[in-house]
Design a protein around this ligand. Structure first.
Ligand SMILES: [Fe+2]
Ligand SMILES: [Fe+2]
Length: 212
């Protein structure tokens, strides 16, 4: 029995279209040409490499957070990392527009990931444990954070009031993080069984991985 390659080359050597119903003779307008397979192979290899690299990057990013321990420690470590970004922003001056833009992008990404973990896992779990008032209050704060991000996205990074807005934004996050770390999370964690605690940690890490 002829291999696919053999049958293709023998068909090419004959008169072509009218000679039969082989695969190569029935090319449509969507045929990619003789070099399609190597090209497709290279493209797929590239895509696979891209996936592997992205997977590795996510694993490293979330691995760093997960190394912090339980879900509340993971989230507290992310609060600290966010504050560090704010401090770097506050140390810039209006000539450092590129650095400010880069830091703002980093801040948005870090807050997006963090908010996703809390809004998709921790706050729903709080509501399930009859802590809906706290969950709603905290989620309302997240809404205000998005408004800050929206406004900062429209501002020039050398605007005279840029630092002032960043300072106000930092204050909001600092107050919010303290409420989570010192009041809401410890009280909630106290009522969790070991198994519930482990499940929340694993869900926070899973969502953090996909958002990393
Ligand atoms: Fe939060
Ligand atoms: Fe938080």
């Amino acid at each position: 029995m002829a291999t696919r390659t053999q049958s293709r080359s023998s068909n090419r050597s004959t008169s072509g279209r009218s000679s039969g119903s082989s695969r190569s003779d029935s090319r449509s307008a969507f045929s990619w040409g003789d070099n399609a397979e190597p090209m497709l192979g290279a493209a797929l290899a590239g895509v696979a490499l891209g996936f592997a690299a992205n997977f590795g990057r996510k694993a490293v990013m979330q691995g760093m957070s997960a190394a912090a321990g339980d879900w509340d420690e993971v989230l507290a470590a992310e609060h600290d990392a966010t504050m560090t970004i704010f401090d770097k922003m506050l140390a810039t001056d209006e000539t450092q527009t590129f650095k400010r833009r880069m830091l703002l992008t980093k801040l948005c990404h870090s807050l997006d990931k963090h908010a996703y973990e809390e809004e998709m896992v921790v706050y729903p779990a709080l509501r399930e444990a009859n802590e809906a008032v706290d969950a709603d209050h905290l989620e309302h704060d997240h809404g205000q954070m998005k408004t800050f991000i929206y406004e900062l996205g429209q501002m020039e990074t050398n605007a005279p009031n840029w630092l002032e807005r960043i300072r106000e934004f930092r204050q909001l996050i600092s107050r919010h993080a303290h409420m989570e770390e010192e009041q809401v999370f410890p009280r909630f964690k106290e009522g969790l069984s070991e198994e519930q605690n482990a499940r929340i940690t694993s869900m926070v890490n899973r969502d953090g991985f996909w958002m990393a």
